[in-house]
Design a protein around this ligand. Sequence first.
Ligand code: HEC
Ligand code: HEC
Ligand code: HEC
Ligand code: HEC
Ligand code: HEC
Length: 187
Amino acid sequence: MRRNKDRVLVVAVICLVSLLSLRAGLSAQNAPPSQTTKHMVPDNPSEHTPPTQPIPYSHKKHLSFGLECKNCHTNPEPGKLMTFPATSKCMECHVTIAKDTPSIQKLAEYAKSKQPIPWVRVYTVLPGVAWNHRAHLQAGVKCETCHGQVSQMDSMSEVTSVTTMYSCLNCHELNHAKTACDTCHKH
Ligand code: HEC
Ligand code: HEC
Ligand code: HEC
Ligand code: HEC
Ligand code: HEC
């Protein structure tokens, strides 16, 4: 049965990924504790229904296999973006896993057409404001501090207020990072 074959594959994927994360976990234990307190960004007080995405991708489901953020989101030069994964990344598993479901057939069509999947953006900073991920990752700020408990999200929505000036400034003050206007507003 196809379903059974899928299940075997799912189990195989889980085993492989848990082995990898076990190794990562062991080396993480030797890492020194973080020196600075990074402030949790306040929740988004306004309505934040998840946008309808072209494919119903679930972070909760995929992270439960032990995949890590960096498997799909990288931070290439000059460090501003975290980028979205290439469709070929998804197809590493989905050439076989759940390949007969409507959403994976749609995924396969995107892969075949070589067009990137038009994901609807969730977090966006006002154009013109100086922003980059790298300065924050280098300062040891965790993804979850700004984007919430991603591993619990079936669909991604703007759960925090990180894109507001108040949240930027508040965390900068608490961490003694720069707060002069021209840190974020260049002329
Ligand atoms: C298997 C690949 C994969 C993994 C692993 C993954 N993501 Fe994603 N992520 C995506 C895809 C695809 C989207 C676009 C669809 C969506 O918004 O759900 C996305 C969207 C996002 C967004 C919304 C970006 C925006 O503004 O539109 C954030 C934030 C995010 N991911 C954070 C994370 C974090 C944090 C982790 C690790 C805890 C993670 N992701 C792990 C594939 C992945
Ligand atoms: C490491 C392997 C792996 C990668 C990489 C991966 N997936 Fe999955 N995905 C799975 C597994 C396992 C399931 C669960 C299948 C099941 O429940 O039968 C799944 C389920 C899904 C489903 C639900 C399918 C359905 O209708 O039942 C969607 C949609 C999906 N993935 C999209 C994506 C997208 C988009 C990407 C790339 C951003 C991606 N996946 C990357 C392993 C992976
Ligand atoms: C200090 C807060 C902060 C941290 C830490 C952070 N992000 Fe973001 N992220 C943002 C903001 C703000 C945006 C919107 C940026 C824009 O509009 O250009 C964003 C956008 C994104 C996007 C959309 C693509 C892009 O780069 O614009 C993804 C994907 C994402 N973040 C994933 C992650 C992942 C994965 C991590 C951890 C490795 C992470 N973020 C850490 C604040 C943060
Ligand atoms: C959770 C805490 C946190 C949040 C939220 C945050 N930042 Fe930061 N930011 C930091 C820290 C810590 C640094 C690094 C300070 C250092 O290295 O001296 C930093 C550095 C920066 C820098 C580099 C400054 C330099 O040294 O030139 C810029 C630009 C910046 N942030 C813009 C933003 C913007 C724009 C936002 C909101 C969209 C934001 N930050 C949200 C903590 C935060
Ligand atoms: C740490 C980054 C950061 C610092 C420092 C900062 N801002 Fe902002 N500012 C932002 C962000 C992000 C927005 C966009 C907010 C939004 O979209 O809700 C913004 C928006 C604004 C806006 C309205 C948006 C517009 O351009 O129409 C004004 C005016 C403004 N800032 C002035 C200032 C002044 C004056 C200072 C110095 C006292 C300052 N900002 C310091 C990040 C910052």
